[in-house]
Each structure stands twice: as structure tokens, then as C-alpha cells.
Design a protein around this ligand. Structure first.
Ligand code: GLA
Length: 386
């Protein structure tokens, strides 16, 4: 009897009763978010144009569905405590905008914060979780990114479940994206509460550069090692949104960044201006063979298999006993590689090796493959059943 009481107290104390909705993100969510490119400069027309561009560029057809507004859409609360959108930037209100996004066959996301204020000091959700969740439902919100600024002495593990519980009470399924930058190891508790959780500080649009508050693609990649065991359907590690097409990332770097995020079963949330994409950027974002690796129904996150300093091998198990493999050259120099798939990966059967950027079969897994891997590039393949 005593142990039963203790168990109940433990469950209550650890907030495991949040009961998030399931089957909301059976594979990593795919979409677009305003922050990486536009930061606070968001408005209704731009968001509508982004929805149009998601359809016209072929991204919707490739699987992207969420159009998410990040910080700065909100300005105040009314006398009843209801959140108010900036009337200058969103003159028709958020519901009309969500309706427009839905009319394009897409889904709509918003941003708020578990603390008193958002990171840009707009009204946060603390103390308003119930009314906010109900408002999001009324507006037709499908995705909520929930940040971690101005949280005072609260603990993430205790505060995120408050909003999760309110979302769980709604009829509408809403993806709950925990954004507390990996503080307090959200991979250990996030799966009970949300559908994805950030594992690091913000990403920066450079492949390999310094920084403390914002990290390069490679620095973020390094922080994913060992997290694979926490990921699965409805519970994804989030190494932050994509910088493909931003900053001065080269074509090889864009491809490497995208391939590695696919290996990581990361949410694929584009962060560039979809209205003005060069052809090569569209090709990266809409590579359906790469996206199929990210979205593989087995729902397993890939992991680092070999680390030879500048040369790394990342692999991801796929359904039907297939594999995705990513050979990465981290160095500033090109690299000659001679790779025997079977020997290096200890394969027990023969596969066809398919290059996912060339869209070509390049041999069999029992054969060695010779290749000149450019600096900051990947060879991204699928080991396919013959
Ligand atoms: C934090 C998040 C970012 C973005 C900004 C908005 O830094 O990590 O992704 O949402 O806040 O203010």
C-alpha cells in the first residue's frame, strides 16, 4: 500500500501526467520558420508569401507542411488576458493568417515562451497557459514553439508540462516544440511532454566557425553524439532549424548540413527566404531521396559510427534492414577516400549503393568505392536492398 502511494506521489511530482497527444509527429516535423532569416521583422504579407512559395517551389510536394512564425508577432494582452498580435504587422489578425495558410494545404505554427516574456521581450506564456492554449485552438494553430527566456527560478522540467497539459486538453492536435537549448538535458524528460526539444544553443549560418551563443553546423553536429537513443516517433531531438540557403554556406556545405540533419532524424525546418531561392538551394531542400532518410518510418535517429578526426562516418538504420550512410570531410582540404562498405560497416549482406545527391546507383556494398571528397562535403548514400 505504502509503495503505491509513493509511486503516485512520484508521478505527480515529476509531472509525468502531462499526457501529450500522440501521433502528432510520427516522423520529424517539416516546415519553415521565420527566425533564422527575418528575426523580429515578421508581418502578415511576408508570411502569406512564404506559404505561396512553399507550394510553388515544390517544397510542399516534397513533404514540408508547417509555416511557423517565430518571435515578435505578439505585442500585448487584452483586459481578459488574451494574447494580442501586433496590429500594424498583422492587421487581419492571426486567425485570418492561419486560414490563409490552411487554404494552401499547409499547417500553421506560432511561437511563445514558458517564461514571463519571450526572448524579444514580448508577452510570454507564464500564468496564461490555459487561455493561450485555448486561443491557439481558436485560431487554428497546429505547432507551438515554446522558448525559455525570462523563466525566473522555474525549472524547465516543471514549467513545460504546464503548457503541455493545457495543449493535451484541446481537441486540436498541436505539435509542442520545447526550445530550452539543451539546458537540463531535455532529451531525458522531453519525450513525456513535447514532440521535439532543442538540444543546443541557436545555430549560425556557417559551417565551421567559432561562437558561444550561436553555433556552427559542425559544432551543433558534435553535440548530437549519444543523443540518438532518446529519439523516436513523437519525440525528436532538435539540433535547430536549417541554415540551408543562408549566410555564405557553399553548395557542398548546404548539402552536408542537410544530409547530416537527415541522418539525425532532425526536424527539417527551413530558415531561409523561400521567395528568392537559387535553383541549387531548392534542389537541396527538395531532395526527396534525402528527405526519405529523415522521414523513414522506422523513426530511428542516426549516429556517429567512426571518427577519424577530419573524416567521420555517420549511419542511420532504415526500415527493411536498409541503411543511410554519410561520409563527412570536416577539413579545409579535399580528401581521397577508398571505402569498402562491407568491411568498414561490418555488413552481413549485399546492398546496392545509391548516391543520394547524384541520384545514381554507384556500385555494390561488397565493392570498394574510390572518391575525391571535397572540403566540407559529404558522400550521402542509401544501402538499398537489391
Ligand atoms: C531563442 C530561440 C530562437 C528564437 C529566438 C526568438 O533564441 O532559441 O530559435 O526563437 O529565441 O527570440
Amino acid at each position: 500500500m505504502k509503495w503505491k502511494l509513493m509511486l503516485i506521489l512520484f508521478l505527480l511530482g515529476s509531472n509525468l501526467l502531462a499526457q501529450k497527444k500522440t501521433n502528432v509527429a510520427p516522423t520529424p516535423p517539416m516546415g519553415w520558420n521565420s527566425w533564422n532569416y527575418f528575426a523580429c521583422d515578421v508581418n502578415e504579407d511576408m508570411i502569406k508569401e512564404m506559404a505561396d512559395a512553399m507550394v510553388e517551389s515544390g517544397m510542399a510536394d516534397a513533404g514540408y507542411e508547417y509555416i511557423n512564425i517565430d518571435d515578435c508577432w505578439q505585442i500585448d494582452r487584452d483586459e481578459n488576458g488574451k494574447i494580442v498580435a501586433d496590429p500594424d504587422r498583422f492587421p487581419n489578425g492571426i486567425k485570418a493568417l492561419a486560414d490563409y495558410v490552411h487554404s494552401k494545404g499547409l499547417k500553421f505554427g506560432l511561437y511563445s515562451d514558458a517564461g514571463r516574456l519571450t526572448c524579444e521581450e514580448r508577452p510570454g506564456g507564464l500564468g496564461y497557459e490555459k487561455i493561450d492554449a485555448e486561443t491557439y485552438q481558436e485560431w487554428g494553430v497546429d505547432y507551438l514553439k515554446y522558448d525559455w527566456c525570462h523563466h525566473g527560478l522555474h525549472k524547465a522540467k516543471k514549467l513545460y508540462p504546464v503548457m503541455a497539459a493545457e495543449l493535451a486538453k484541446l481537441d486540436r492536435p498541436i505539435v509542442f516544440s520545447i526550445c530550452n537549448w539543451g539546458w537540463g538535458k531535455p532529451w531525458k524528460w522531453g519525450g513525456e511532454i513535447g514532440h521535439l526539444w532543442r538540444t543546443t544553443p541557436d545555430i549560425k549560418a556557417c559551417f565551421d566557425c567559432g561562437g558561444f551563443f550561436r553555433l556552427s553546423v559542425l559544432k551543433i553536429l558534435d553535440k548530437q553524439v549519444g543523443l540518438e537513443k532518446y529519439a523516436g516517433p513523437d519525440a525528436w531531438n532538435d539540433p535547430d532549424m536549417l541554415e540551408v540557403g543562408n549566410g555564405d554556406l557553399t553548395d557542398d556545405e548546404n548539402k552536408a548540413h542537410f544530409s547530416l540533419w537527415c541522418i539525425l532524424a532532425a526536424p527539417l525546418i527551413a530558415g531561409n527566404d523561400l521567395r528568392n531561392m537559387p535553383k541549387d538551394v531548392i534542389e537541396v531542400l527538395t531532395n526527396k531521396e534525402a528527405i526519405a532518410i529523415d522521414q523513414d518510418p522506422l523513426g530511428k535517429q542516426g549516429y556517429k559510427y567512426k571518427d577519424k578526426k577530419d573524416f567521420e562516418v555517420w549511419i542511420k538504420p532504415l526500415e527493411n534492414d536498409e541503411w543511410a550512410v554519410c561520409l563527412l570531410n570536416r577539413s579545409e582540404e579535399k580528401m581521397d577516400i577508398n571505402f569498402n562498405w562491407q568491411k568498414e560497416l561490418n555488413l552481413k549482406k549485399e546492398y546496392t549503393v545509391r548516391d543520394l545527391w547524384k541520384h545514381q546507383d554507384i556500385g555494390k556494398s561488397s565493392e570498394s568505392y574510390q572518391y575525391e571528397l571535397p572540403s566540407h562535403a559529404v558522400l550521402f548514400v542509401r544501402l538499398q536492398n537489391p
